[in-house]
Design a protein around this ligand. Structure first.
Ligand code: NAG
Length: 254
C-alpha cells in the first residue's frame, strides 16, 4: 500500500478553519472500552491508512472502524480494507461505545501505546470526561502558534491550553530549563460526554485561541493529560508532509 494514500477531499476539513489542512481528513476515532474484560467495541475514525494500521495495534481498542461523513472518503477507506461507518450513523448509535478516541489527521504517527495510554487514563480518572496526551516541546517550537502548549496540575489534570507559551517566564524569554508541554492531536472522551459536547456553545477562550478543547475546561469539566515520548510531526503546512515521509522512510515505517 502506498503509505501516502490518504483519502482526501478538498472540502473535508470540517473542523479546521485552516485550508492547508484540507487535504488530510480530520481523523476521529470512536472508541469504547469500559469493560475491558468483556471487550467493548472501540471505533476509530480516521481516513489515514497509517493511523488506521497503528490504531489496530492498540490493545485497548478491540474493533477499529473508520467513521467519516464523506462518501468518497468512505469508499477510499473500504478500498484499503477498513470497516467504515458514516458519522451520522455513529452518533445515533453512540450508546454502543463507552469511550471515543479521536486521532487528528495532522498527527498520523501516533503510536498504539499512546492510544492505550489515554484510554486507560480516562478509565482510571472517573472525574474526567476527556483525556489527551502531551510530549516535550522542542525549544524551537516555543513561539510557534501552531504548536499548542499545555499546563497541568500536580494530579495530571489540564489547567489550560494555549497557542502562546505557557508558563511565560518573567524574563520574557524561553526558559531552556523549563519542561514545556506540547499538546498532541489525540483525545478520548467518555461517550456520555460526547453527547453533551457538541451542544455546548463556543466559549470566549476557545474562540480567542481557536482551540476546541478549551470549551471543555471553560465549562468546568476535568481533562486528564498523560505525558508520553513522541516525536511530534504535526502537519500544519504542506511541506510538513514531505518531512513526515522522510521520517517514515528513515524509520522504515513506510
Ligand atoms: C526564568 O528563566 C530563567 C532561566 O532562563 C530561570 O533561571 C528563572 O528561574 C525563570 N523564572 C523566573 C521567574 O525568572
Amino acid at each position: 500500500m502506498n503509505p501516502m494514500s490518504i483519502c482526501t477531499t478538498p472540502s473535508s476539513s470540517s473542523s479546521s478553519s485552516s485550508s492547508t489542512k484540507a487535504w488530510i481528513f480530520h481523523g476521529v476515532a470512536v472508541g469504547a472500552a469500559v469493560a475491558v474484560a468483556i471487550g467493548a467495541h472501540v471505533y476509530l475514525i480516521s481516513a489515514d491508512p497509517r493511523t488506521w494500521e497503528r490504531a489496530k495495534l492498540a490493545s485497548s481498542l478491540d474493533h477499529v472502524v473508520i467513521a467519516t461523513d464523506d462518501e468518497k472518503i468512505a469508499d477510499c477507506c473500504r478500498g484499503f480494507g477498513a470497516d467504515v461507518i458514516m458519522t451520522s450513523e455513529s452518533c445515533r448509535n453512540g450508546k454502543k461505545y463507552d469511550i471515543v478516541v479521536n486521532i487528528q489527521g495532522d498527527e498520523p504517527l501516533i503510536e498504539p501505546e499512546i492510544i492505550d495510554g489515554i484510554v486507560k487514563a480516562l478509565q482510571a480518572a472517573p472525574d474526567a470526561v476527556f483525556s489527551t496526551a502531551v510530549t516535550s516541546l522542542k525549544p524551537e517550537d516555543a513561539l510557534d502558534p501552531n504548536r499548542v502548549k499545555c499546563v497541568v496540575d500536580n494530579r495530571g489534570y489540564a489547567i489550560y491550553f494555549s497557542r502562546g507559551l505557557i508558563p511565560f517566564n518573567k524574563s520574557a524569554k524561553v526558559n531552556p530549563q523549563f519542561p514545556y508541554l506540547l499538546h498532541l492531536g489525540i483525545q478520548s472522551y467518555d461517550s456520555k460526554f460526547l453527547k453533551i459536547y457538541p451542544e455546548l456553545t463556543p466559549t470566549p477562550l476557545q474562540l480567542e485561541e481557536d482551540l476546541e478543547q478549551l470549551k471543555v475546561l471553560e465549562n468546568g469539566y476535568k481533562m486528564k493529560v498523560i505525558k508520553v515520548n513522541h516525536e511530534a510531526h504535526g502537519v500544519d503546512a504542506p511541506e510538513d508532509v514531505e518531512k513526515i515521509e522522510r521520517f517514515m522512510h528513515e524509520r522504515n515505517l513506510s
